[in-house]
Design a protein around this ligand. Structure first.
Ligand code: FAD
Ligand code: FES
Ligand code: FES
Length: 486
């Protein structure tokens, strides 16, 4: 028998049934929810017009807020959570929230279409900081919101000026009440929501995850939905069974082990994993800082990135270079696979239909040199044309081990084994670099597509290897020969 979806709309408990489980939060808001303040621009997570804030009790019971794109979040993912939209910010007497007032004062809106989304991103920033944070934090909070007419200067100014207004403590003061209202929405057994032949299951334990996949092998495992959401909104796919990791606490853990490995649960958002990754692998954290937008990182997971295995996904080259492994789990047991062995062909991998990614483990860096570089048409909120990662273990000036991986160069994220062989056992020198570049030239046959031509990919792949060499050897750039692509 189906259950209903239960969540808080600000402070009001709401129960929903009779809709497809792949109805998006945005479709519900602008339809049955009658909250049209939230806008639809792209319906693919890119423009931020649909930004809303999700409130959720953390393990200590405190309510935490995060922005997400309502256009690619499915409605049942709200179960047991709080949804805040732009309609919730103005007070009953008409007084605007400081972020709204600052937008007015700074002339931060012209046509206004993007404004509700910006306001919600600013609101989450406001709730997370008692005073204006550094400029780069403000910019990062707004990277996922696009404006086509006002220009960003007044909007960024408004985000800062909001902190100069008398503080609005309503949401802070309400957090205890919100936690109290959320508590009865918790479930002893997984949510099982069904409509018109479609099923959405939200296990809360690993055993329940195992059982759900055993009951529905081949079901769509849903984590942040930042890939899966688009299968519905853009490809118009019907997904008969969804098994959601978002309520399974053991899949959300992020641990640093005694040997320095970082183990990221298969359902942990990129945002929640960043602190541990930054401590162990600053180079990888720098890459994640350029991964999509804050809204996408707040929902999207490393597990989902790896499981999806897109040839232009950002995590995989770095994880391949660092020597990561994937823990696959299901009712038949648990197995650990080196990421090298995980991808078989374009979008085909080692995971069996009744398994899920329980964790991604990232080996410690030790004394190895590591860097990963992402090439895109614009710095923020863009998917790679080429992504490269290099990890060299150099001992007494000789390359002891080389691990090099690329995205955007083949049908899967892939290691450059011939290039690695050209480096291994050789002195770290310009001559060795030449040999490695020659090997790299023959290693891949990339495609031309809308992101880049094959020639661009080949040239930049070698330029990035050269850049890594220059960085780790500290070679002054003006004395280096420029390598032209033949
Ligand atoms: C606007 C936008 C910008 C983006 N920018 C980037 C970018 O800069 N770099 C980049 O690499 N990607 C980017 N992406 C793609 C996407 O955000 C990532 O691939 C993300 O990591 C997917 O994680 P998710 O949790 O949202 O996965 P989901 O969408 O939930 O799932 C993705 C796939 O993984 C499977 N899956 C998810 N979790 C598990 C699990 N635990 N076990 C087994 N299978 C699982 C799903 O079944 C599905 O096949 C972007 C997407 C959008 C919409
Ligand atoms: S409508 Fe553009 S991000 Fe959702
Ligand atoms: S004010 Fe028109 S898109 Fe931003």
């Amino acid at each position: 028998m189906t259950q209903t979806i239960r969540f808080l709309l600000n402070q009001t408990p709401v129960e929903v049934a009779g809709l497809s489980p792949t109805t998006t939060v945005l479709q519900w808001l602008r339809g049955p929810g009658r909250r049209p303040g939230t806008k639809e621009g792209c319906a693919e997570g890119d423009c931020g017009a649909c930004s809303v804030v999700i409130g959720e009790a953390d393990s200590g019971g405190a309510v935490q807020y995060r922005t997400v794109n309502a256009c690619i979040q499915f409605l049942p993912t709200l179960d047991g959570r709080q949804l805040l939209t732009v309609e919730d910010l103005r007070q009953a007497d008409g007084t605007l929230h400081p972020v709204q007032q600052a937008m007015v004062d700074c002339h931060g809106a012209q046509c206004g279409f993007c404004t509700p989304g910006f306001v919600m991103s600013m609101f989450a920033l406001y709730e997370q900081h008692a005073s204006a944070p550094p400029a780069e934090v403000v910019t990062d909070a707004l990277v996922g919101n696009l404006c086509r007419c006002t220009g960003y200067r007044p909007i960024l100014e408004a985000a800062v000026r909001a902190f100069d207004q008398p503080r609005d403590e309503r949401f802070t003061e309400n957090r205890q009440q919100t936690a109290t209202l959320l508590a009865p929405l918790g479930r002893a057994a997984p949510l099982r929501y069904e409509h018109d032949g479609q099923i959405f299951i939200a296990p809360t334990t690993l055993d329940e995850m195992d059982a759900a996949l055993a009951e529905f092998p081949g079901a769509c495992v849903l984590s942040g939905g930042t890939d899966v959401g688009l299968w519905v909104t853009k490809r118009h796919m019907t997904l008969p069974v969804l098994i959601y990791t978002g309520k399974c606490a053991p899949l959300h853990t992020v641990q640093t082990l005694a040997d320095g490995s970082v183990v990221v649960g298969g359902g942990a958002s990129i945002t929640s994993a960043l602190e541990a990754i930054a401590a162990a692998h600053p180079g990888l954290a720098a890459l994640y800082a350029r991964f999509a937008s804050l809204q996408i990182r707040n929902a999207g997971t490393i597990g989902g990135n790896v499981a999806n295995g897109s040839p232009i996904g950002d995590s995989m080259p770095a994880l391949l270079a660092l020597g990561a492994s994937v823990t696959l789990r299901g009712a038949r047991g648990t197995r650990v696979i080196a990421l090298d062995a995980y991808y078989h062909a374009y979008m085909k991998n080692e995971r069996a239909p009744d398994e899920y990614v329980a964790a991604v483990s990232i080996a410690p860096l030790g004394d190895r040199h590591f860097a990963t570089y992402k090439l895109t048409k614009r710095p923020d909120q863009d998917i790679s044309a080429v992504c490269a990662a290099f990890c060299l273990d150099v001992r007494d000036g000789v390359v002891h081990e080389a691990r090099i991986a690329y995205g955007g160069m083949a049908a899967t994220p892939v290691r450059a084994s011939a290039t690695e062989a050209a480096l291994t056992g050789r002195p770290l020198s310009a001559a060795t670099l030449d040999a490695a570049l020659a090997a790299l030239d023959k290693e891949f046959t990339p495609l031309s597509d809308m992101r880049a031509s094959a020639a661009y990919r080949r040239l930049t792949a070698r330029n990035l290897l050269q850049r890594f060499y220059l960085e780790i050897t500290g070679t002054p750039v003006d004395r280096v020969e420029v390598y032209a692509h033949a």
